[in-house]
Design a protein around this ligand. Structure first.
Ligand code: AMP
Ligand code: MG
Length: 373
């Protein structure tokens, strides 16, 4: 795989994406997949980093118990050390080794949504994982991914696997193995290519209090409404909604305070109730930018995309099916960089359901630059 970064290590690469597509149980598929998983698991056991697909985005895994292994994640990503990592498990039996106590609400959420894109913040069992994983907190974030390759790799490694998104810090999370290669080839032990990820945005992070209240610390595809089917009451950290004032409290999920996902050019969001006004403002922004000689980009919903003229036009799918926007957002932001966009406009979507997660990530990408019309 091409190495676009300064890293000079040999990064192993296993392509099991075709194997993934083949019918489950097909002998060739089984052989290739099993070989890749055994080799990748051996690297993890040796204290190395391995990128692997999950149903959310690609993760960069390492043995969560080992200081040295976890340090390799931070070094490869250039990640701030006060931003804790999510620990991935393959079986519920691994949970007791890592956490002290799981309250009834947390247990019900696991029954409903594991394996799946829901991370739960739980009291950490002292000494169970490296303090680099928890950034010194008394809690640890845990999830069980709903992805065959991820589950088999974690099980074969035989350890809890700390795995943040497999991108350089500040870059959009990877939804394809090629995104991982662009950012981390030469800096990590290996990449398991299982094809495109499903959801496209990172997991929902939530904490269940002893009173049955669930707090969403990071929005994702397991929505507040989905959590409310199981929990007595669900709160969303107010810092996660747009339009927050300077005086609002810092987000409780440490990672939420960093500017993530930012493309290299300047990105702004146009938001409004009146579709005609939104279209007119996006058109005006793009026309003015083109007149200034900018390389323009637009991220828009299918209902409006045909109204816009830009060097790079990216569809987020229909506004009525925001899971498409979640799936496409990061690849779209990366494409803007690849094609040299200097000025980009994105349409806002309603901050409801998965739309809250889409807007949360988009606002970070735009550095909160919103034009209200
Ligand atoms: P990433 O691994 O890049 O998907 O980021 C992990 C996210 O989980 C970050 O936003 C962290 O702040 C959050 N997180 C991890 N551990 C904890 C914890 N113990 N308490 C609260 N949030 C956490
Ligand atoms: Mg990340």
């Amino acid at each position: 795989m091409e190495n676009k970064h300064a890293g000079d290590r040999a990064t192993k690469y296993w392509d099991v994406s075709a194997a993934e597509g083949a019918a489950s149980g097909h002998p060739t598929r089984e052989h290739d997949l099993n070989e890749a998983i055994q080799e990748a698991a051996a690297l993890l056991r040796a204290g190395e980093t391995v990128a692997f697909p999950t149903e959310t985005v690609y993760g960069l895994g390492a043995d969560a118990r080992s200081d040295e292994a976890v340090e390799r994640i931070f070094a490869a990503k250039g990640r701030p050390s006060d931003n804790p990592l999510i620990v991935h498990i393959a079986e519920l039996s691994q949970l007791d080794e890592i956490v002290l106590d799981v309250n009834d609400t947390a247990r019900r959420l696991m029954e409903a949504y594991w394996p799946g894109p829901l991370t739960l913040v739980l009291p950490v069992r002292p000494g169970a994982v490296s303090p680099r994983v928890t950034a010194g907190l008394s809690t640890v974030a845990v999830r069980m991914p709903a992805h065959d390759i991820a589950l088999r790799l974690i099980a074969a490694a035989g350890c809890p696997v700390a795995a943040p998104s497999a991108n350089r810090s500040g870059r959009p999370s990877p939804t394809l193995a090629s995104h991982v290669g662009e950012d981390l080839a030469g800096l990590i032990g290996g990449i398991v290519d299982g094809g495109p990820t499903g959801v496209g945005l990172e997991s929902t992070v939530a904490e269940a209090g002893p009173d049955g209240t669930v707090t969403v610390l990071r929005p994702g595809s397991v929505t507040a409404a989905a959590l409310a089917r199981v929990a007595a009451s669900v709160h969303t950290d107010p810092a996660l909604h747009s339009g927050r004032g300077e005086s609002s409290p810092a987000p409780r999920s440490p990672g939420m305070k960093y500017t993530h996902y930012a493309p290299r050019g300047s990105l702004r969001i146009v938001r409004g109730q009146d579709p005609g006004a939104v279209v007119a403002r996006v058109q005006a922004e793009l026309a003015a930018a083109e007149a200034r000689g900018e390389v323009t980009g637009v991220l828009a919903y299918d209902e409006h995309l045909h109204h816009y003229r830009a060097s790079i036009a990216i569809s987020l799918g229909p506004v009525g099916a925001l899971e498409n926007a979640a799936h496409r957002l990061y690849a779209g932001l990366r494409r803007f960089d690849e094609e040299g966009a200097t000025f980009m406009v994105a349409e806002a979507c309603p901050e409801e359901g998965v739309g809250l997660a889409v807007m949360n990530r988009l606002l970070k990408a735009a550095g909160d630059e919103v034009i209200d019309v």
